[in-house]
Design a protein around this ligand. Structure first.
Ligand code: GLY
Ligand code: MN
Ligand code: MN
Length: 443
């Protein structure tokens, strides 16, 4: 599918990356490969995020090469050649001509010629930007190309002397979203949020977790998002306490909460939203008490999302509020500072407050710079997702709390003024959720 972004966005990214590369250097970025699922069937193809970020091209078996300043062309792509027989079975291909015409490549070659062409491109380059270890087959090929140049040294060929991981430059670029990217993420947030609204509206006791998941993925697919950004988590009752629960196989029970963590992928940009709500539409006292505590922490943390806040401060705030609340409710006993110091909250809140969000759901970008937690800056997008999970087997707490799992997760863009919540369309206040579900039940 063609990207919603204009080709000029991809060209601008390539130019920006090349401007940061040293003179006489080359970058090599491989596409993703098809992965077998079972006999004669592959998993749905998903392009590598780095490759797509620079090309907008979504076929496997391709390698993208950037050679800043090269007179014959700076942007070279190796791709699957046109093959009418193969295309009848497996789908149309752009081919080298298509890469030049529609994707801005200066030069494009059939992938079968890569071992002939790459030594020529590498000859005379001093530094190679390449993420070694990501693609074993390509690692071997790169070694072969270097050996081919070394073998030609007496004929005047000059092999590169330095190999540098490309990730750092590229991932720093990906961490800061352009206006066009922010707009796509706004749409991904809205589609994901509407799917959660739909789940609240249709949920009732006796439905299964997979049926609720189907409502969500239906909404994604009807809005151009054939893939979710990650496997949806739909956990009723005790299952909400399993952080990566994806079986989604059980019946939803009257009186339980259901935790849904699901987000769509719109044109390679992820939404990542969690809501937790009562299967029957009404929170019990215990559910409400813990829910209000998670919500208090989440809202206070979102408040901190603004330029200048060190990344770790957001997490630390959630720890303070959750620990304090757990003491008030009697789930933890002791001195607040001491409990925080020894991490007593981890029995109930065992993950961090969030992560960068972008083309990958756990997106790229460093969290520390020069040994310190980095301050938030405009253009970054992060999730804010505190939770409390009381194991059904936790005999240290009163039985009425056991088996309650709650997470509330929103997607937040850092702006010049503060922040923008990209997933705000789905309610999270107790009375709003109950009203939405009541209206649907009565409607
Ligand atoms: N859905 C994965 C996460 O929330 O990090
Ligand atoms: Mn999530
Ligand atoms: Mn998340």
């Amino acid at each position: 599918m063609k990207s919603l972004l204009a080709q000029s966005c991809f060209a601008e990214r390539r130019a920006r990356l090349m401007a940061q590369m040293t003179p006489k250097s080359i970058a090599i970025i491989p596409s993703a490969q098809l992965q077998p699922r079972n006999r004669d069937v592959d998993y749905a193809f998903r392009q590598d995020s780095d490759f797509y970020y620079l090309s907008g091209f979504d076929e496997p078996n391709a390698v993208l090469v950037l050679v800043p300043g090269r007179a014959a062309g700076e942007y070279v792509v190796f791709c699957q050649d046109r093959d009418l027989e193969m295309e009848i079975w497996h789908g149309y291909r752009a081919g080298p001509e298509g890469l030049k015409q529609d994707y801005g490549a200066d030069q494009a070659h059939p992938i079968d010629l890569i071992d002939d062409e790459m030594p020529k491109l590498l000859d005379g380059c001093e530094r190679i930007y390449y993420a070694i270890g990501g693609d074993e087959q390509l690692d071997t090929q790169v070694r072969g190309w270097l050996n081919a140049i070394r073998a030609q040294a007496r004929q005047g060929a000059v092999p590169p002397t330095e190999m540098v991981m490309l990730d750092h430059l590229l991932h720093e670029m990906r961490l800061f979203k352009s206006d066009e990217e922010a707009e796509l993420m706004r749409q991904a947030g809205e589609i994901s949020a509407q799917a959660h609204v739909r789940a609240m509206q249709v949920c009732k006791p006796g439905m299964t977790e997979y049926q609720l998941e189907a409502e969500i993925t239906h909404h994604f697919a009807m809005n151009r998002c054939r893939q979710a950004a990650y496997p949806s988590i739909v956990g009723g009752g005790d299952n909400a306490c399993v952080l990566h629960y994806t079986e989604n196989s059980e019946e939803l029970q009257d009186g339980d909460l259901v935790l849904i963590d699901a987000g769509c992928e719109l044109d390679y940009y992820a939404g990542d939203i969690t809501r937790t709500f009562p299967v029957n539409g009404r929170f019990s006292d215990e559910q409400k008490a813990l829910y209000e505590l998670v919500l208090k922490a989440q809202e206070a943390c979102i408040e901190l999302v603004r330029p200048g806040t060190p990344w770790a401060d957001v997490h630390d705030r959630s720890v303070e509020i959750i620990t304090e609340g757990l003491v008030e409710l009697g789930l933890l006993q002791g001195d607040l500072e001491d409990l925080i110091e020894r991490g007593a909250y981890r029995e109930f809140y065992m993950h961090r407050i969030g992560h960068w969000l972008g083309m990958d759901v756990h997106d790229v970008g460093d969290y520390k710079v020069g040994g310190d937690w980095r301050p938030l800056e405009p253009g970054m997008v992060m999730t804010v997702e505190p939770g409390i999970y009381v194991s059904p087997f936790n005999e240290k707490v009163d039985a009425r709390w056991r088996g309650i799992g709650i997470r509330i997760e929103d997607d937040v863009l850092v702006t010049e003024q503060g922040n923008e919540i990209l997933s705000a369309v789905v309610p999270k206040q107790v009375d709003e959720i109950e009203a939405l579900m009541r209206a649907a039940q009565n409607g």
